[in-house]
Design a protein around this ligand. Sequence first.
Ligand SMILES: [Zn+2]
Ligand SMILES: [Zn+2]
Length: 264
Amino acid sequence: MKVSILASSSSGNTTYIETGKHKVLVDAGFSGKKIKELLASVNRNIEDLDSIFITHEHSDHIKGLGVLMRRYNLNVYANSGTWDAILGKSSMGKIPTDKIKILEPEQHLQLDDLDVNPFLVSHDAAEPQFYQFMENDKKICLLTDTGYVSDRLKDEIKGADAYLLEFNHDLEMLREGPYSWDLKQRILSDTGHLSNDSGGQTLVDIVDRHTKKVFLGHLSPENNTKAVAYEAALETCERAEPEVASDFEILKTDPTTAQPLFTV
Ligand SMILES: [Zn+2]
Ligand SMILES: [Zn+2]
C-alpha cells in the first residue's frame, strides 16, 4: 500500500492511498484544481482515482467533493448521517446519486485488495467517522477531528504500521490566542479537537512494535506550529517509555504541500 498525506491542517485535508487495484482519497477539503496539483506533485493523476472516503461534512474535508464527483466518476463512501448532512448543503451542487455509497460505522468493506474499517469519533459533526485501511497485513489508520479517544477505540486501532494522528493545538497558544471564548470552548470540548498533549497521549497508547511512521496532522495554523507539535510528540514519547520513541518516525504534515509517497 502506498500513501501520501497530500495536505493536512484545520484549513483543509486530503490523503491519497493506493493498493494494487485501487487509488482512493480520504476527504477532499480543497478545490478540485488544488487536489489535482497535490496529486501531480507525487506523480499521480487525478483521472486514475476510483473512490473517495469522507470522514464528515465540515468544509475542510469536503470543499472539492461536488466538483470531483461531477468530473471524475468517483464512488464516494460515507455513513448515512454524513450523507444526509452533505446532501443538505446547497453549496454541494448537483451530485450523481448512483455514486453515493453508504458505509456505516463498524461496517467492514472489502474492495478487492483494499480492506476498510470505519469507526466513529467524538466530534461536532453529524456522524463523524474515520478509517483504517489495510492491504495484506499492512495497516494505516487515520484519526483527526476528535475531541476524545476512548480506551475502546485505542484498543481497536492499536498497532497500525502508520498513523495520521491529530495534533490540533497547543493548549497555551489556544487559550491566549485570538479565537472567541465560544470557539475556544468548542475546540477544547470532548467533541472538538485533540490538543498536542492529548494527541501525544493517544500516540503513546496506540503505537506498538509494528508502527513505523506517525504523521502529526490537522494542526491549527493559529494555535500551533509544526515545531511545537513535534516537540510535544517527542517529549510525550520520551516521558512514557524511552525505547518506544526510537522505534518509529514522527513526521510533520503541511497545510498545502504533499508529503512524499511512502510504502506502508
Ligand atoms: Zn477538520
Ligand atoms: Zn471537523
